[in-house]
Design a protein around this ligand. Structure first.
Ligand code: SF4
Length: 344
């Protein structure tokens, strides 16, 4: 079995390992600087690190080769989609979104997804495997190169359910925010879940400063059961309860995502149902028009006028609500469209 990748360990873990090997733990700061700021791809390239330390690290750890990268650029809005193929053939996608003054990176936590939401291209793939921290960080580094600077925000809304790969995602967040590494603020990281209740509660009890987005999809339990098999595991009541607990404990706003499907869940009655469900949670709602997926599904996107009327009901009740303008639809880079196929 090959050695574990050195980029899958936090600075504290590696410092501890060096001390155990008779070296000063502080030497790891230089290693981090080379790996995460200078992009070193081999142990020999760890500039300024004594040869003895390099040898000890190389004996214990590995450095996987960079994934193969394909790129597509939207003719509509310059959104960039990046397709990564890792050495074992597993694929993942990231998206770089250029707004007026800001840049946002959307990255994947898994190759494929086990949740099987029927409207989502990633769900149709099934789960190939979890991504390791270094594979998540490779996506961030490629997005940063594409943006030409550090993105302003980072969202785990690409392929996969981050809370079903929480150990690796959590470690990647610690690495991303390490001030000797990428130094990306946790407060600018959002993790989106379809509602894995135990991890929402774990996050509430943690010291992480990240933001939580919960993809409700719809506010009707029966409808949700038809849209995502995950609903069989955690009910809307449990998800809202955990979200409220998170908001109370962390004093942070929860972002609820609601997907508008034409004539399915976009009427004023549905808006009032959503309102009744979330009214006691400090939250903001993001309304997302369903994005058709390659190969097609039985669903059609919500219409703008109906979406606006839906939004007005929430806003009048005092709920901050944003109708998200999807980007990259011509290169299948919008929400729910990632299929791991560069040609789409
Ligand atoms: S919507 Fe999210 S959780 Fe559902 S199948 Fe797609 S990637 Fe997985």
């Amino acid at each position: 079995m090959s050695n574990p990748d050195i980029r899958d360990f936090t600075r504290q873990e590696l410092a501890g390992a060096l001390i155990a090997l008779g070296e000063k733990g502080s030497k790891i700061d230089k290693v981090f600087n080379c790996l995460y700021r200078k992009g070193a791809e081999s142990f020999e390239a760890l500039a300024g690190v004594p040869d003895g330390v390099k040898a000890k690290l190389a004996a214990k750890y590995g450095l996987a080769p960079a994934p193969a990268l394909e790129k597509r650029v939207s003719a509509l809005d310059k959104t960039v989609k990046l397709l990564f193929t890792f050495p074992d053939g597993a694929k993942a996608e990231s998206v770089v979104l250029f707004n007026k003054k800001t840049v946002s990176a959307c990255i994947s936590s898994q190759s494929g997804c086990a949740c099987g939401c029927v409207f989502c291209a990633t769900g149709a793939l099934g789960l190939k495997r979890d991504l390791k921290p270094h594979e998540i960080l490779a996506q961030f580094a490629a997005c940063r190169r594409e943006a030409g600077r550090q993105p302003d925000s980072l969202v785990f809304m690409g392929m996969g359910e981050p809370f079903l790969n929480w150990a690796n995602v959590k470690k990647s967040i610690l690495l991303l925010s390490d001030n000797k590494g990428c130094n990306f603020p946790q407060t600018r990281i959002t993790v989106s879940t379809v509602g894995v209740v135990p991890v929402i509660r774990e996050l509430a009890a943690s010291h992480l400063e990240i933001r939580l987005a919960v993809s409700l999809i719809t506010a009707d339990e029966k409808q949700r059961a038809e849209l995502t098999p995950m609903s069989g595991k955690y009910s809307l009541k449990e998800i809202i309860g955990a979200s409220r607990h998170y908001a109370e404990r962390t004093k942070k706003t929860v972002f609820f995502e609601y997907i508008l499907f034409d004539d399915l869940n976009d009427t004023p009655e549905h808006a009032r149902k959503l309102l009744a469900l979330i009214k006691d949670v400090p939250c903001k709602v993001n309304l997302i028009m369903y994005n058709p997926v390659p190969g097609g599904t039985a669903f059609t996107p919500g219409r703008f006028e109906k979406g606006k009327a839906f939004q007005d009901i929430l806003v009048e009740a005092g709920i901050r609500t944003h109708m998200r303008r999807e980007k990259g639809a011509d290169i299948a880079a919008a929400c729910g469209q990632l299929s791991g196929d560069a040609a789409r």
